[in-house]
Write a protein that binds this ligand. Sequence first.
Ligand SMILES: O=P(O)(O)OC[C@H]1O[C@](O)(CO)[C@@H](O)[C@@H]1O
Length: 498
Amino acid sequence: MPQNIWNDIAAIPARNLAQNFAEDTGRVEKLTVRQSNILFDFSKTHLDDALMAAFEAASAKANLSEAREKLFSGSIVNPTEGRAAEHTAERGNGAAPQVEMAKALQARMRGLIEAIDAGAMGDVKHVLHIGIGGSALGPKLLIDALGREDSRYDVKIVSNVDAAALAEAVKYMDPHKTIVAVASKTFTTTETLMNAASAIEWMKGAGVEDAEGRVIALTASPDKAIEWGVDESRILPFNEAVGGRYSLWCSIGFPVAIGLGWAAYEELLEGAAAMDRHFRTSEFAVNAPVLAAWADLYYAQVKQCQTRAVFAYDERLRLLPDYLQQLEMESNGKSVTASGEPLPYNSAPVTWGGVGTDAQHAVFQLLHQGTHIIPVEFIVSKTPGHDFDPAHHETLLINCFAQGAALMTGRKSDDGARNYAGDRPSSTLLVDDVTPSVVGALIAFYEHRTYVNAVLLGINPFDQYGVELGKEIAKAIAQVGPSGFDPSTMALIAEAEL
Ligand SMILES: O=P(O)(O)OC[C@H]1O[C@](O)(CO)[C@@H](O)[C@@H]1O
């Protein structure tokens, strides 16, 4: 990707949102995509005909069509690790052998779940899922979003090595009626293995016979799980070419499949598959992940926005910003191109966010009047997730739409403190309801948007070497103690008496 692509785009005369709406009466329709029971409204972004044409040209230069096909055909799209990224095969959209493998492994998972349902592991009431990062964030989001009313088991997800999290999770669990799902792609992650060992101790301490026999491993490294002590019959493997932050579709989704039931799990996969088909086959100008990525790049590269904010106006989706932080920042927070040259422009902005309406009373001041321009994304459901007075949901929707309108239109005042400059961008994703199929489509939309961003930036979104150095230093501190580090770190180690 030549650096001047952003300069070309920046050279297009900037027009404000009010102008865009005044001059193009078809704007809402043009920048709205309806797909998978989600309405994507990008009309409050600055994308206009000239910018769309420029991004179309930039996408052609970056070979986006070919890159899109490479993703689905199982070609190498992760050059630093020399492998494909095969998460779409998990929902049936990939190279035939990988799709077959995914189906077979999912059938194995289904078999184990049916056996557990039938009592093969005794009377099970609780599922304690232990993992971290991509091995926890997806299941956590899905159980929180979809398992509030209908969960067949009490599912708790623990990630932090701070055992206060484990203590809290097991507080109301009966150790005799608990199974432990240890989720780790590599099966080497310190936090996960430490929490898993403590969970086994917790069961043993309560007199559970054969506590180890109540552990199920979800992993792409079955040998490591066997070495660690899990019997092969209780290992649910997955394809090594599925990245950690893309792994909720395979056996890492075990707590979702067992908690919500197989039919819901299949709906989730089918929702994602429909979004795959939309992304794979739609023209760029009407392709939701592509349009979203074009707007992302416009703000990050041309407007130099350093963050983007995501607000779920739905309590059920309150963990979506956490999930997206890993997806977007671990994928696209890089300083080199896919071929290793220094990146001559910004990589991904910081993703942050929260839940509406809470955030309105906390951080929205800065969005409306701060000096930073922050592209905002609203996600809201037409249908409420509760049976209380419908006025609650109406108020939620009204507030969501009001915030987008206020950011865009602003309100002039001679009194600076009361002036709203306006022209602040947002996009709105209005979903019919928070169902497995909609959430599946939503997550797949974000995955593909992240990929399009990476392709246009020319970076590899599928490695994460940035997390390694800290892990290595932690190991060295654990082994060596206060020696050989910088004075500040050594003083802290000594003070904490490590
Ligand atoms: O599933 P694993 O191998 O335990 O890794 C957990 C997480 O750790 C990371 O490797 C980052 O440290 C993530 O990419 C991954 O999702």
